[in-house]
Structures are given as structure tokens and as C-alpha cells.
Design a protein around this ligand. Structure first.
Ligand code: IMP
Ligand code: MG
Length: 182
């Protein structure tokens, strides 16, 4: 047991497994016979990335980019994107950007044109969670495992102040728990 305060569980590990399997099926059908490069958005996507790629029965490559919105606690701040980890070999390949959560949408919205500059055949997006009623951009993710209500969620890769990424489920962080987090 991990010694974190008790939190409301929104998605259990069983529910996550099932939802990710459904999303993997849809991704697999979409990319059959196409040269696919999965690009994980660090750090939040790493747990999803590890599970998702093992469910995809396709030849694929894996790459990483880093996006940090310098959040003040739970509020989004300026976004810094680092694509240096990404090889330029996505030309002619189909890119699937994988992130943990689509909140305002600004991260993926700003990442897509930067990937596009590298000349991929297509760029699509897949997220574990889509927060309802928060979108501030003119796009929606192409593949979504779960919709979640507004609120700050942690676990399965998602953090609050760099903590909770190792929870095997998705939990809702209540305001008082945010204050108490060291
Ligand atoms: P967006 O750019 O507003 O869509 O936010 C995307 C990024 O913000 C995600 O990749 C997460 O890293 C982070 N984020 C947004 N909402 C949450 C949340 O509820 N919990 C943890 N991280 C979040
Ligand atoms: Mg992120």
C-alpha cells in the first residue's frame, strides 16, 4: 500500500485496463498496415504509453517529447515544449501523440504544428482522460479512453506537484488534500 491520504477513486485499475484495451483496439484498427510512430508526451503519459504499446499488435516506433505547463498547483501556466528527444525520422510516418489528459487542450494544440514541421504523413492524438467542459482550443483528441468531470485528478502517471504518478488508479484530489501535500 502506498502511504497517501485517502482519496475518492474515479477509475479503478480494472476499469483503466478495460478502457485502454478498448482504445488500443480502435487505434489498432485505424493504423493497420501504416508506418506508425507513437510519441509520448512526458512525463504524464509514461504509464499509459507502457500499457498501450503492449496492447498494439502492429509494428511501431516509440518516441518522446516533453511538455511542461508551469502550473501553479492546479492552474495552468506558460507552456514549454521540448522536442529535442524526438528524432527527425517521422517524415512519411503516421504520428500518434499520446498524452495523459486533455484539459484545456493547449498542450496538444501547440504540439501538433511542431510535429507537423517534421513532415509526418499524419498527426493524431490519443489521451487517457478528457476533462469535460475545459477545452479552450479548436480540436478534440482523436482517441479518448475516458471522460472525467472537472476537478484535479492524479494517479496512473498524472501528478500533483510531482507526486501520485505511481497510483495504479485515477483519484480525485480534493482541495484540502492539495494543501496538505508536502
Ligand atoms: P492542457 O494543455 O490544459 O490540455 O493540459 C494538459 C496537461 O496538463 C496534461 O498533460 C497534464 O500534464 C496536466 N494536467 C491537466 N489537468 C490535470 C489534472 O487534473 N491532473 C494532473 N495533471 C493535469
Ligand atoms: Mg502533461
Amino acid at each position: 500500500m502506498i502511504d497517501y491520504p485517502p482519496m475518492k477513486i474515479l477509475l479503478t485499475d480494472d476499469q483503466l485496463r478495460e478502457g485502454i484495451r478498448r482504445m488500443a483496439d480502435a487505434i489498432g484498427k485505424h493504423y493497420q498496415h501504416k508506418p506508425l510512430t507513437i510519441v509520448g508526451v512526458m512525463i504524464g503519459s509514461i504509464v499509459l504509453l507502457a500499457d498501450l504499446i503492449r496492447l498494439l499488435n502492429l509494428p511501431l516506433r516509440v518516441e518522446l517529447v516533453q511538455a511542461r505547463s508551469y502550473r501553479n498547483g492546479t492552474r495552468p501556466g506558460p507552456l514549454v515544449i521540448n522536442t529535442e528527444l524526438l528524432s527527425t525520422k517521422v517524415r512519411g510516418r503516421h504520428v500518434l501523440l499520446v498524452d495523459d489528459i486533455f484539459d484545456t487542450g493547449r498542450t496538444l494544440w501547440e504540439l501538433i504544428p511542431q510535429i507537423d514541421e517534421l513532415g509526418p504523413e499524419s498527426v493524431r492524438t490519443a489521451v487517457l482522460l478528457q476533462k469535460q467542459g475545459c477545452c479552450e482550443v479548436k480540436m478534440k483528441p482523436d482517441f479518448v479512453a475516458f471522460d472525467v468531470p472537472k476537478g484535479f485528478v492524479v494517479g496512473y502517471g498524472l501528478d500533483y506537484n510531482d507526486q501520485y504518478r505511481n497510483l495504479p488508479h485515477i483519484a480525485l484530489l480534493e482541495p484540502q488534500e492539495m494543501e496538505e501535500t508536502p
